[in-house]
Design a protein. Structure first.
Length: 162
């Protein structure tokens, strides 16, 4: 079973990101689940969301304490929680220890509400875990701004393939 944690701040679309990733995994023929964890529910406060992906039915319903991947939408949250992750994909133009940096903010500068889509697309493109087609199909289901988000997904995959 693949376990993924997503960290961000309130207003960045962390919960939507986990739903998008979970739906994309489902579109690729796998079982998946997405669930958030909220502390203080206010804009700017830390928000955590989790995704599980497997080839068989997922029966556990608990927090993820040891993730295979950690996706961080806001680099100020690096090392703020004690979750153990094998690999980290972080939104930053700087390097962080044991992580892959991807400057999602640069791509989302003209469309900041799509930062979550940029990071999920980067995760999928960099890891190869979810196909571009499955992610686009999930975006068609979950996104109110489908055309712009699909354009962003294609742009991120193109950038990651260079």
């Amino acid at each position: 079973m693949l376990q993924i944690a997503i960290y961000g701040r309130g207003g960045q679309g962390v919960v939507k990101a986990s739903q998008l990733l979970s739906q994309a995994a489902f579109n690729d023929g796998r079982y998946s689940q997405a669930f958030p964890f909220f502390g203080t529910e206010r804009r700017g406060s830390p928000v955590y969301s989790y995704v599980r992906i497997d080839k068989k039915e997922i029966k556990i319903r608990e927090h993820i304490y040891e993730a295979d991947y950690l996706i961080i939408l806001d680099s100020t949250l690096f090392n703020t929680n004690n979750i153990k992750a094998k690999k980290i994909v972080i939104n930053s133009n700087k390097s962080f220890p044991n992580s892959i940096s991807f400057d999602a903010s640069e791509i989302a500068k003209d469309f900041p509400q799509a930062l979550n889509t940029v990071m999920i697309a980067a995760f999928c493109a960099l890891t190869g875990i979810i196909s571009k087609e499955a992610l686009i199909k999930a975006c068609e289901i979950f996104s109110s701004l489908k055309e712009k988000n699909i354009e962003i997904i294609k742009k991120v995959f193109e950038k990651c393939q260079r």
